[in-house]
Design a protein around this ligand. Structure first.
Ligand SMILES: Nc1ncnc2c1ncn2[C@@H]1O[C@H](COP(=O)(O)OP(=O)(O)O)[C@@H](O)[C@H]1O
Ligand SMILES: [Mg+2]
Length: 105
């Protein structure tokens, strides 16, 4: 994002969102693969975070503030959605989870 000339506040928003999603991939997904795409024309960074963990049964519940199936605060997934400029979760029980998010510079 530095290369795109992003302001500190916008970088902080995206870094916070990505770290929450990556942490989920590690804790709940058993490890995650992260892909970063930098689109100069739109000054946007897209991030995909994929895991082959158990997947998310109830997406609405997982996104709701305060819900955790572990020992967290339950604010990561919903918080990341609010912080990102684009946000999508694909998840299938038994296959895994992919979160795609974007932040504009
Ligand atoms: N990659 C994932 N794989 C499986 N379940 C997930 C994943 N990410 C989130 N979840 C589920 O969504 C819930 C809410 O996530 P989050 O809001 O980050 O809260 P926390 O990390 O504090 O549990 C998690 O407790 C977990 O049940
Ligand atoms: Mg979390």
């Amino acid at each position: 994002m530095d290369a795109l000339g992003a302001k500190v506040i916008r970088k902080t928003r995206l870094v916070t969102a990505v770290s929450e999603i990556f942490r989920n991939g590690l804790i709940y997904g058993g490890g995650a693969l992260v892909l970063i795409h930098c689109h100069n024309a739109t000054r946007t960074v897209w991030i995909d975070c994929c895991d082959d963990g158990p997947g998310i049964e109830d997406m609405a519940l997982a996104l709701s503030d305060g819900y955790t199936s572990g020992s967290g605060l339950g604010r990561g997934l919903g918080g990341a959605k609010r912080l990102a400029d684009a946000f999508e979760v694909l998840s299938e029980p038994g296959i895994g989870t992919q979160v795609r998010l974007a932040g504009r510079a």
